[in-house]
Design a protein around this ligand. Sequence first.
Ligand SMILES: C[S@@+](CC[C@H](N)C(=O)[O-])C[C@H]1O[C@@H](n2cnc3c(N)ncnc32)[C@H](O)[C@@H]1O
Length: 272
Amino acid sequence: MAASDELICSEVHTFTESTESDSSATRVSHFTFSNPLRISSHNDQEINYDSDGDAVVVRKEDYPEDALVIQHDLATNLASVGRQVWRGSLLLADYILHNHKQMVGLNILELGSGTGLASIVAALCGSSVVATDIPDQNILEIIKANIELNKDILNTTESITVKALDLKTDECNDTFDYILAGDLVYDDSITDALVSFIEKTLAEHKSTKFLVSLEKRYVFTVKDLDTVAPAYQYFIQKLSKAFVKFVLLDTMFKQYFCYDRSKDMVLMLISN
Ligand SMILES: C[S@@+](CC[C@H](N)C(=O)[O-])C[C@H]1O[C@@H](n2cnc3c(N)ncnc32)[C@H](O)[C@@H]1O
């Protein structure tokens, strides 16, 4: 990403409507999304056919629009990037919404949840979620505030628990169906901790699957005389040496949230 004291901006908020703004960098924004959970039972269960006999597919535009209300910062230094929304969590949220029928009643852990957006979407789909992040920078307080801000759409706030989890020091003690990690690949020391956490967790909890989303961040280096994505390459190198299986998932599925889902975004499934 950037040097530790430099201000970084995810720019994701440019696709949102900000409802509040004050003199500080903190905002409350509406992240609108097409909500497949609100599709009528008629559309969900019956296939309609057009005059040529072709099935009429329910398009993204046919889904009712909803919004998550998310408190976040506009720009932060590297230590506080969790106070912003990154495209990683929007890609995870899209994937969860797209597969919402398989996301009911699961136990899900999110690592480095940041503002908690992906965790809130997983809870919305009917899973029990533990949203975690480092205990610094008031990030856990932002997640708690965001759960409260979305209590109407969630119906209950009890399906999400917020906990501190530092990948560098903590382990996974419970068994989860999925462990989510959105945009955690940008600093080699965090990547080391993430890969080691993945390896240990999968050794202990055989059926758990990790869903990792990230953005390949390209830079030109004199060493390579080319544009390379060093953080991504480092992650792949580390994963290749770990005793785990990983596959890249197709990211060309329907988009529910508004953001730039560029070809540099990666979604990965890691399992035993
Ligand atoms: C780029 S942000 C992504 C936040 C969120 N997942 C998203 O996509 O919007 C990286 C996240 O990793 C968290 N993080 C950094 N170091 C960590 C560590 N050692 N253990 C767990 N999370 C960490 C940050 O606090 C931040 O929330």
